[in-house]
Design a protein around this ligand. Structure first.
Ligand code: DAT
Ligand code: MG
Length: 151
């Protein structure tokens, strides 16, 4: 039985700005386990499904266009408490309100270019992983450093 997973995605601005290594590094250094990773040019139906809860918002069209505007980096990170912790590492939705030390607080200025996505619940972690990677795409492995991170 697998523990909690979060779907984390570096949005097109993060890729274009050369922040892929910086962002992945923050999750790696924290100590979560990477279980899926790909560079991906997203089709429209996946972007719309991913953000379907926001489909009535005035910014929905621009949001989908932004996600389609270049390749994204799709990842799944695993570990107890990863969903909430990833949201903390990412910071507030509006980068101007995000705390320094967070990804958005350090690396972004506008809500429409906030460089990274992280699932907001364990259920959405599962749902978004299935949407972006399909079923059975996760790699099962034991990091050699695990005993130095989890007692
Ligand atoms: P988060 O990405 O922090 O989970 P969310 O799920 O509420 O935030 O919204 C998804 C994305 O939609 C968000 O990362 C950027 C965009 N967005 C949210 N609110 C917005 C707004 N008021 N104006 C423009 N874009 C917005
Ligand atoms: Mg969200």
């Amino acid at each position: 039985i697998r523990s909690e997973i979060s779907y984390v995605m570096i949005k097109p601005d993060g890729v274009q700005r050369g922040l892929v290594g910086e962002i992945i590094g923050r999750f790696e250094r924290k100590g979560f386990k990477l279980v899926a990773l790909k560079l991906f040019q997203c089709p429209k139906d996946i972007a719309e499904e991913h953000y379907k809860d926001l489909s009535s918002k005035p910014f929905f069209g621009a949001l989908v266009e932004y996600i389609l505007s270049g390749p994204v980096v799709c990842m799944v990170w695993e570990g107890a408490g990863v969903v909430k912790s990833a949201r903390k590492l990412i910071g507030a939705t509006n980068p101007l309100e995000a705390e320094p030390g967070t990804i958005r607080g350090d690396l972004a200025v506008q809500v429409g270019r906030n460089v990274v996505h992280g699932s907001d619940s364990a259920e959405n972690g599962e749902r978004e992983t299935a949407l972006w990677f399909g079923k059975d795409a996760l790699v099962s492995w034991e990091p050699a450093l695990a005993p130095w991170l989890i007692e």
